[in-house]
Design a protein around this ligand. Structure first.
Ligand code: ATP
Length: 517
């Protein structure tokens, strides 16, 4: 069943959620037992979309430098790791509780929602004062809210038969590269900059995991930790390729008005004193969103966090924010953090293991530039940004390279050898692409169904196919159709996905008017 288009586009979140759960993108985890907020299951389409995003990310970022590699690690880590990283002490969110119904809220979010102002980085006294001055009350029952206190967001586990070991679920994938740094650096090229990426789970006991799929308690991060020489922070190997490239920045001083400054990397370096290594990586992140994921330029900005808002160890911090209708504007999906030597330094001190490197005659603890992405938030952003409503259909206009299904095969009828020929084509294409066989209901209805989940191309096998070995290839966005030889399908579709061929030139035009369903 296809979701009904909402002509006013008013309740986009609800429509996307309906499509997501009905068609198998994602839905609450353990929902038959009454799901718990902040935990979600990816269905078959969502898993594919997530993997497409992850693979695009992996291919892009790991190819930025010959010394960038990927590792995989445990989710459960010893307590000492988080003493070394500082999470046990500092990984806290401000919490307030209703005096009467005892519902707990994240205080900064509660204030921001009520007063529409940014209070990031304020301490518990300042947040309590704002709540009192503005007479904020419990949004659930209207009673008084208790003073703000800090709440540690890590999940603690008791490990071993007697539960003698206290361990924690990692709250960020970043710790894994720091712990593995020494071994990997020695096993690999011993070159700086040296990058270690992880795509893996992170766990945070979020106080209010609202916003549906956006703030989760178990989520996936894709992070690249780049270890570099701090004396070379104002150098970037490929600077000439990015120096004239314009970044879209929302500087800390302009956050309240949301003003965007478009500025070249060279100007950002000279005028804003953003070091070249940092600006270069910002350019690469922006190009990833615009060129690889096809995000419209106006929907992306880097938001600068000032000293109060960013973690104490971050010397520079820009979030990547995407403009999403479902979340009422620009929201964080990733961050570029200059974490100094905080991480390796902390682990060296607590583990007593030397984490320095020797390059030439210099011995030092590398500094870290972190490119940190929330995969699930990015998946949601794709669904928000690429969702379209047209009078006869709803669709996701995902770029072909990231859509969950590349091609749907539609046998016109289920008789006269058409299913057999379709099955052969399905099998042939399945070796190269993600293919789906859709063989029930009218052709028009099947087109709508595939549009609804963002399948860029459809192939109809009909009676002519039996005679001349051609099929109809349909383009999701334009609904145009061309006739293509079965033998040409693989190279043609490859070129279409890679945007090396215009659809109209992919075959002989078919004059087709799709019927309204
Ligand atoms: P927020 O301010 O929204 O809580 P954060 O600044 O704490 O996020 P980071 O610690 O910088 O987030 O994590 C890097 C990325 O991981 C974020 O940009 C975001 O995309 C993702 N992320 C963080 N927390 C969550 C969460 N609870 N659910 C889903 N994704 C998350």
């Amino acid at each position: 069943m296809t979701a009904k288009p909402n002509p006013k586009g008013s309740n986009k979140t609800e429509i996307i959620m309906t499509i997501a759960s009905k068609r198998g993108f994602f839905y609450p985890s353990a929902e038959i037992y009454g799901a718990k907020a902040g935990f979600w299951t990816y269905g078959h389409l969502g898993t594919r979309l997530k993997h497409s995003w992850e693979n695009t990310w992996r291919n892009y970022f790991l190819s930025l430098n010959k010394s960038y590699f990927e590792i995989d690690d445990c989710n459960i880590m010893p307590k000492k790791v988080f003493e070394g990283s500082g999470h046990l002490k500092h990984f806290n969110d401000p919490l307030t509780e209703c005096e009467k119904c005892h519902f707990r809220f994240r205080a900064d979010q509660l204030i921001e929602d009520a007063l529409n102002t940014n209070v990031g980085g304020l301490d518990e006294t300042a947040l309590t004062k704002i709540m009192e001055d503005n007479k904020l009350i419990c949004p659930k029952c209207g009673s008084k809210l208790l003073p703000v206190k800090w709440f540690n967001m890590m999940f603690e586990l008791k490990v071993g038969a007697t539960g003698e070991d206290i361990m924690y679920l990692r709250p960020e994938s970043a710790q894994s590269p720091y712990l593995a740094f020494k071994r990997e650096f020695e096993a690999l090229r011993k070159k700086i900059p040296f990058g270690l990426a992880v795509i893996g789970k992170a766990f945070r006991n979020e106080i209010s995991p609202r916003q549906g799929f956006f703030r989760l308690r178990e989520f996936t991060q894709a992070e690249l930790q780049i270890f570099f020489d701090p004396d070379k922070i104002n150098e970037a190997d490929n600077w000439d390729f990015v120096k004239a490239y314009k970044l879209r920045l929302c500087l800390a001083k302009d956050v309240n008005e949301g003003k965007i400054t478009e500025i070249t990397c060279e100007e950002a370096n000279k005028e804003l004193k953003i070091p070249k290594f940092y600006a270069y990586n910002m350019a690469k992140v922006q190009q990833f969103y615009l060129n690889k994921l096809g995000i419209p330029e106006a929907k992306l900005r880097f938001r600068e966090l000032d000293e109060k808002e960013r973690a104490f160890y971050n010397k520079l911090h820009f979030d990547i924010e995407l403009d999403m209708d479902t979340l009422g504007g620009f929201k964080e999906v990733a961050g570029v953090h200059y974490r100094t030597n905080h991480d390796l330094g902390g682990h060296q001190e607590h583990s007593k293991e030397k984490l320095e490197v020797v390059i030439g005659d210099k011995r030092f603890i590398p500094h870290v530039l972190e490119l940190s992405f929330g995969v699930d938030r990015n998946v949601w952003a794709l669904m928000d940004i690429f969702y379209r409503e047209e009078p006869e259909r709803t669709l996701f206009t995902f770029p072909a390279a990231i859509s969950p299904i590349d091609i749907a095969v539609f046998p016109l009828v289920n008789k006269d050898n058409i299913p057999e020929v379709s099955a052969e084509i399905y099998e042939r294409l399945g070796k190269e692409f993600k293919v789906f066989m859709d063989d029930s209901a009218s052709i028009g209805r099947r087109y709508r169904r595939q549009d609804e989940v963002g399948t860029p191309y459809g192939i109809t096998v009909d009676y002519d196919s039996l005679n001349d070995n051609t099929v109809t290839l349909r383009d999701r966005d334009s609904m145009k159709q061309v006739r293509v030889k079965v033998d040409d399908l693989i190279p043609t579709i490859k070129k279409l996905i890679a945007k090396e061929l215009e659809f109209e030139k992919a075959g002989k035009a078919v004059v087709a008017k799709e019927k309204k369903e």
